[in-house]
Design a protein around this ligand. Structure first.
Ligand code: KDG
Length: 316
């Protein structure tokens, strides 16, 4: 197994219309969750990836499990919880590129995960553990699970990859800052957005932010700059890697997860850091052009076609 991840995936209801949620009547049911968005991204690119979670033992939970499994992600460590429901979230598309989310996930099956949901032997076979900063915000036991997973990963020689994924709706700023910094301090690779870096360190100078994350002990930091691309930092070097132009952003949700999948895919393929960040930028850009958290994730041929296109022919 190349990568293992864990966290909550929800049933996603996405409106057919744009505008305020109160006027949306017709929805399409999809699925979304940072970690499975990332895992499906890797699976589409041909890597082997496992997801640990809990879903409600209900119709939507079963549909979600079939969906994730059908996308090629190993779900053998996902449990059905008979005592709590599958979480749900709604999108509100105010206009293209302006999407709000509304969660109905308190007390969900996934929020009841504990360190006991982790199987050390399962984790030990992987090369990377992907941790999202959403999971510790779900509950105290989920927070404990995050630190237990990191301990297991380190004991078994896995590299810990961390996306802070700051979600201010889930916890207070103080709780978020303290916990996200504590996880960052135990991570090998950190993939923060520039705004998340500013939130964590109160600094908006990119070079300094990169250095602050490195000072915590990370070996690689990739600061995401949205459509502009990303800037990576290691103790030896740092480099800005420009993004790909996108004609029309349809739905930006999931772009960061696609970015992470592209980046880890590059590392798994033995690409240089600059090439891996370029692949990350490409996957992130492609995701924004399609409605849904995972629907736009490219396979190898989509990715190659997109990356080889001259600027004026960029996919619309
Ligand atoms: O990164 C995209 C995620 O935010 C989305 O899929 C839903 O996992 C989700 C969350 O907790 O917001």
């Amino acid at each position: 197994m190349d990568v293992v991840t864990f966290g909550e995936t929800m049933v996603l209801f996405t409106p057919e219309s744009t505008g305020m949620m109160r006027y949306a009547h017709t929805y399409t049911r999809k699925f979304g969750g940072s970690e499975t968005n990332f895992a499906i991204g890797l699976a589409r690119l041909g890597h082997s990836v496992g997801w640990i979670s809990r879903v409600g033992d209900d119709e939507l939970g079963k549909a979600m499990l079939s969906f994730v499994r059908g996308e090629g992600v190993d779900t053998s460590c996902v449990r059905l919880d008979p005592d709590a429901p599958t979480g749900i979230y709604f999108k509100e598309i105010r206009k293209a590129n302006e999407v709000n989310v509304y969660y109905y996930r308190k007390g969900s099956a996934a929020s009841r995960m504990t360190p006991a949901d982790l199987d050390e032997a399962y984790l030990a076979q992987a090369r990377y553990l992907f941790v999202s900063g959403i999971t510790p915000a779900l509950s105290e036991t989920c927070r404990e699970m995050v630190f237990a997973a990191i301990r297991m990963a380190k004991a078994n020689g896995l590299k810990v990859v961390f996306d802070p994924n700051l979600r201010k709706k889930l916890w207070t700023e103080e709780q978020a800052r303290e916990t996200l910094l504590a996880i960052a301090a135990q991570s090998d690779i950190i993939l923060p957005g520039a705004a998340e870096g500013e939130f964590l360190f109160g600094d908006n100078d990119l070079e300094q932010l990169g250095q602050r994350f490195l000072d915590l002990g990370a070996k690689i930091v990739v600061l995401k700059l949205g459509e502009k691309g990303a800037h990576y930092f290691t103790p030896e070097e740092n480099l800005y890697v420009p993004g790909f132009p996108v004609e029309q952003v349809v739905d930006p949700v999931g772009a960061g997860d696609g970015f992470a999948a592209g980046f880890i895919s590059g590392l798994l393929d033995g690409l240089s850091l600059a090439e891996s960040v370029k692949r990350a930028n490409a996957v992130g850009a492609i995701v924004t052009m399609v409605n849904g958290d995972v629907e736009g994730l490219p396979d190898r041929s989509d990715l190659q076609r997109f990356m080889e296109q001259p600027d004026e022919e960029v996919m619309r």
